[in-house]
Ligand binder design. Structure first.
Ligand SMILES: [Zn+2]
Length: 232
């Protein structure tokens, strides 16, 4: 009798162990499947965005009326946009993630950025810059697109609308362009977001604050996400 009970307990333990192992392996399989699905989804170009923080390294871009360098604001805002998009399962490829120029000359640097955009072939490429003008009173975010790109125009409109909420006084509208190298040479929908004017004291002072940079980044990300949604 004693032996029988021990045998029964033994069988029960074994069954429990097998069931446990099976459950663990099922969980692992599920996790792996989920991971594969995430990768599979991200691999589709309609879930990939290229973000380009303008300038970098020896190329400071515009220098603000308050001394701020455009390249630094560009990178901070672009990094924030990246974080927001990644939370929404968008795969983000950055042309630069640190304070660096991507080639020895300005022309080669721009060529390299375009090369990344064309090779990655994202749903949208967004180049982030700050503007400047010889008249100090000019201000406001403005989004540029290549003049014959319908998709570029569409994305520009959505992002401009989102930016409008950050500063309702902004009177700038989206603008077609046929001379900017990045807009001309990319084979994917591309926009240039000029977040504000560093030549305008009030805007330049706002653009150096963490809060305003965050608001701008959120608006740009919101615009990108809306554009992706409309394209799905
Ligand atoms: Zn710039």
């Amino acid at each position: 009798m004693q032996r029988k009970i021990r045998l029964m307990i033994g069988i029960l333990i074994m069954t429990g162990l097998i069931a446990g192992c099976w459950k663990v392996s099922k969980n692992l399989q599920k996790e792996l499947k989920e991971e594969m699905e995430t990768i599979g989804e991200a691999e589709k170009s309609d879930r990939i965005v290229v973000l380009d923080a303008g300038h970098g390294g020896t190329d400071s871009g515009k220098v603000g009326i308050n001394g701020v360098k455009e390249k630094d604001i560009n990178l901070t805002i672009t990094n924030s946009v990246k974080k927001i998009l990644e939370k929404e399962n968008i795969q983000v490829i950055m042309t630069r993630e640190t304070d660096e120029q991507l080639a020895q000359s300005k022309v080669e640097d721009l060529k390299y950025r375009v090369k990344i955009m064309n090779e990655v072939s994202p749903v949208l490429a967004v180049s982030i810059h700050q503007n400047s003008y010889h008249e100090e009173n000019v201000f406001g975010a403005q989004v540029f697109y290549y003049q014959t790109s319908t998709e570029g125009e569409k994305a520009a409109g959505i992002i401009q609308d989102a930016l409008q909420k950050v500063n309702p006084d902004n009177t700038k509208k989206i603008k077609a362009n046929n001379t900017y190298y990045i807009l001309k040479k990319t084979e994917v929908p591309t926009v240039i977001v000029e977040c504000g004017f560093l030549s305008n004291y009030k805007e330049a002072q706002k653009l150096v604050t963490e809060d305003y940079q965050k608001s701008v980044a959120e608006a740009v990300a919101e615009g990108i996400l809306s554009y992706i949604k409309e394209n799905e």
